[in-house]
Design a protein around this ligand. Structure first.
Ligand SMILES: [Zn+2]
Length: 184
């Protein structure tokens, strides 16, 4: 899940819980500046925000910074307890960054609330499983086609000197008794 934070117009601030001297969007701000301007402080539901993995900072309708959230801190302010996000800025090569950096707010809504939550399609793909053989290739199932057999053959080579018969004999001995009793 991702959290979208829309920053407002540039303004100078004093006594900021994050020791900033200004917040808000200004043209040609760097991603680091956008992240610092947007990562706090907000009225956020801790349980909600702890489920979010990515934070998108939006200024004037476009994504100005994207970070992977690493922590959330609570700050007392004269307007109650507010939260700040901590995170690592994503860069080129990360699928979320490549898809959304500098693009139009993907979680745009008509709400006046600066904060929105949602799931990005790329997150679903990022969660796609990886082949259980350990090759690192993504797959919809447990294995890339053909890799289950490959993994079994590798174990037979490694542990049974390449003898399928030794492997099957060992397996039959290892299996629980009830498995054996079901055989004719
Ligand atoms: Zn594999």
């Amino acid at each position: 899940m991702a959290i979208r934070i829309r920053i407002g117009d540039y303004e100078r601030v004093t006594g900021d819980p994050l020791n900033r001297h200004s917040i808000g969007y200004f043209p040609r701000m760097t991603e680091r500046e956008a992240w610092d301007a947007g990562r706090g402080v907000w009225r956020l539901d801790l349980r909600m925000v702890r489920r979010e993995r990515y934070a998108l900072i939006v200024g004037e309708g476009r994504v100005r910074a994207i970070a992977e959230i690493t922590d959330v801190t609570v700050h007392g302010t004269d307007r109650g307890r507010k939260k700040a996000l901590w995170g690592t800025l994503l860069t080129t090569g990360h699928p979320i960054y490549d898809r959304y950096a500098h693009q139009v707010d993907p979680l745009h809504n008509d709400s006046r609330n600066s904060v929105a939550y949602g799931e990005l399609p790329e997150e679903v793909r990022l969660r796609a499983r990886h082949c259980a053989c350990g090759c690192g290739q993504p797959t919809e199932g447990n294995f890339v086609p053909g890799h289950a057999l490959r993994a079994i053959q590798a174990r037979i080579r490694e542990h049974f000197g390449g003898s399928a018969l030794s492997f099957l004999t060992w397996l039959d001995n290892e299996l629980p008794a009830e498995e054996h009793s079901s055989r004719p």
